[in-house]
Each structure stands twice: as structure tokens, then as C-alpha cells.
Design a protein. Structure first.
Length: 131
């Protein structure tokens, strides 16, 4: 009697179990995809935040180096300041500081009695937008 009932429902039970497993796999794969997408978004946000922090740190470092060179000029060590400013200008990422770097280097040139170089640096500073 049970064998006969089982014989009639076995196909339906197998189909229902197959459907249940397929639905479980679908839910798992969709959940996995959503979690991966969220992790990628978080990674992108983290990378953007790190890039902003790196830029801020780089700008702080350039600002500190520029101030150090200004102090060297005032301390009557203009040759050392000029050499450091030359290295600073050789970097690709001085961006908004370029004009100020030229101005400090112009002061160093003046202290070294190199008026032509000082005037050239003042012109470069104006072209770079320094006041």
C-alpha cells in the first residue's frame, strides 16, 4: 500500500525537491552577487578616501618643505634653499605650489646676487599664478 502511494508521488516529490534546491541556489547566487557588488563599492570608496588623504599629506609635505626653504633663505643659506627648491620643482606633483616655489627660489637667487635668475623665477611665478 505505501509502495503504491510512493510510486505515484515519487516523481512529484523529486520535482518539488529539485525546484526547492534550484530556488535555494538562485537565492544564494543572487545574495553572493549583491555582497560582491557591495564589497567592490566599499573598496572603491576606501580607495578614493586613501587618494584624498594621500593628496592632503603630499600637499602638507610640500608646504613644509617650502617653508623650510623660506627659512633657509632668511637664515642666509640661500644656496641650500635653492638646491632644495630645484629638487622640489623637479617633482611632478607640486601643482598649486609651483608659483610659490618660484617666488622663494627668486629670493634665494637674489640672496646669491643672481638677479637674472631671480627675475626669471618671478616671471615663472606670475605665469604659474602666484601673487
Amino acid at each position: 500500500r505505501y509502495a503504491r502511494i510512493w510510486g505515484r508521488v515519487r516523481g512529484r516529490v523529486a520535482a518539488a525537491l529539485g525546484l526547492a534546491v534550484a530556488l535555494i541556489l538562485l537565492v544564494v547566487s543572487v545574495t553572493y552577487s549583491l555582497q560582491i557588488r557591495e564589497l567592490r563599492r566599499e573598496d572603491q570608496e576606501r580607495a578614493e578616501q586613501l587618494a584624498r588623504e594621500q593628496t592632503a599629506l603630499r600637499e602638507s609635505l610640500i608646504e613644509a618643505q617650502l617653508e623650510q626653504c623660506r627659512i633657509l633663505v632668511e637664515a642666509e643659506r640661500p644656496a641650500e634653499a635653492r638646491d632644495r627648491l630645484n629638487r622640489l620643482l623637479a617633482q611632478d606633483d607640486v601643482g598649486p605650489f609651483k608659483g610659490r616655489i618660484y617666488l622663494v627660489r627668486a629670493r634665494a637667487h637674489e640672496a646669491l646676487d643672481r638677479q637674472a635668475e631671480a627675475e626669471r623665477d618671478r616671471r615663472m611665478a606670475r605665469e604659474a599664478g602666484a601673487r
